[in-house]
Each structure stands twice: as C-alpha cells, then as structure tokens.
Design a protein around this ligand. Structure first.
Ligand code: DC
Length: 234
C-alpha cells in the first residue's frame, strides 16, 4: 500500500449550524469514506431523556437518571438505499425527530454531562478503528481523535449559521421563527464552548475555515484539496 492509499481519519469540528455536517457528508461521499455525525448521538441521548421524563420542563436534565439509563440507550446508524444513513435509537429510526427544536433546545446541557460524553466518545473511538471515516462534532480533533491526520475547524457568524438552520427547517416544513433559531444557536455556542468537560475549541493543529461567504461547491473543492494534500492523492 503506498501513502496515497492510506485511509485516514478526518475530524471536522465547529459551532452549531456551521455547515459541518453538509461538508463532512459530501466529503465522505466524494472519497468513499464513512461519515459519522457525532452530534446525532448526543441528540439521540437527549431524545431518549425527553421521552422518558428525564428532562424537567425548564430544560434541566436529571443527570443521575440519564447516567443510569445510559446502558439502555442503544444508538446506531442504519444505511439507506440512497447512500445516507439514519440515526436509530433502540432500533427505531429517529433521524427526523432528533433534528427538531425540542431536541436542539435540550441537547447542550445533556452533552455537558461527563458520563454521557465518556460513553459516546468510547463509541466514537470504536467506530474510528475502521479508519476511512469523516466525523463531525465539537471535540473530534481535540478528544476523540487527537491523532487524526486531517483536522478542520469550521466557523461562520451566528447570524449566518442561524439563517442556514432556519432555511433548512422551513424547507422541511417545520414551523419556526428566525429569532428562535438564532437564540438557540447563540445559547448553544455559549454552553458548548464554556462547559467544563471537553469544551468546543479549535485543536492547535486544526486548519480553520470561515465558510460564511462560500458556496457548497467551493467548500467541496477546498476540502478535497486538503484531503489530497494530506494523503498525497490527486
Ligand atoms: O452538531 P449538532 O448541532 O447536531 O450537535 C448537537 C449538540 O451536541 C451540540 O449542541 C453540542 C453537542 N455535541 C457535542 O457536545 N460534542 C460533539 N462531538 C457533537 C455534538
């Protein structure tokens, strides 16, 4: 095997709604790698907690209850005919449900629970053993795969990110206001970057990308260039 055939790990981190998932999914498809959405795993735990009365109406998680339930929370990714994968929770397809504002509003405090992070990080590391993966999240380049060969940190203004997520939700037929989506983005940025356990931060060896003014095609080309630089492919 020469260096151009080496299957690497690509870590894509950044703030919520920075377009990481789209970038990661498209890059994985272009280079025939597996895409793993680590945020979907935190969302699935949150959905389980919401549906099992483990989150108070004011959004405070029942930390002990969630920790106790962790062994029962089975998360997987089911491949679909169109090449995408759907997140499953205890065998049920929850891909749509985990994207709703109900889950977005509750996910940051749940993902700040150290035991939740330890359990999901262990699963993510296991998935990484296959190599040839693109994983996106908040702590992929810092905690999950500190040795990833390619690390990218994506950023864009809160307004740009909120507008993107708002349009995505409207396109899916969800009833939301831009102001609510922006408030959620700002609040999550704050919780995600100030929590004690593995806060969102750029790894020292990550390449930064501000994609506020980039088209999807420009992002694709930029990512492919980074991939080719690291693997010697191209
Ligand atoms: O990427 P996303 O917006 O779907 O992620 C949902 C939440 O999960 C986000 O608010 C922070 C958390 N998260 C995390 O703490 N660590 C990750 N690796 C991925 C997501």
């Amino acid at each position: 095997m020469n260096s151009s055939d080496k299957r690497i790990i690509i870590a894509l981190d950044g703030f919520s709604s920075s377009g990481k998932s789209t970038m990661a999914r498209r890059l994985a498809a272009a280079i025939s790698y597996r895409y793993i959405d680590s945020g979907a795993m935190y969302r699935a735990v949150t959905l389980y907690a919401l549906d099992n009365g483990l989150i108070a109406p004011d959004g405070t998680p029942d930390t002990d209850g969630i920790i106790k339930a962790l062994p029962q929370i089975k998360i997987d990714f089911a491949p679909q005919a169109d090449g995408t994968q759907h997140t499953t929770l205890c065998g049920k397809d929850v891909e749509q449900e985990i994207r709703r504002l109900r889950v977005s509003n509750a996910v940051s405090p749940v993902s700040a629970i150290p035991q939740v992070r330890h359990a999901l990080v262990a699963m993510q590391k296991e998935l990484g053993k296959e190599r040839g993966i693109v994983m996106d999240g908040r702590d992929i380049g810092t905690v999950v795969f500190p040795d990833a060969e390619l690390k990218i940190f994506v950023d864009a203004s809160a307004e740009t990110r909120a507008m993107r997520r708002f349009k995505e939700m409207v396109d899916k037929g969800l009833q939301v206001s831009y102001e609510d989506v922006l408030a959620n983005v700002v609040k999550r940025d704050h919780i995600d970057s100030t929590r004690e356990e593995s806060p969102l931060r750029r790894a020292d060896d990550a390449i930064s990308l501000d994609n506020s003014a980039m088209t999807i095609e420009e992002q694709d080309a930029w990512l492919l260039q980074q991939f080719e630089r690291v693997t010697g492919r191209g």
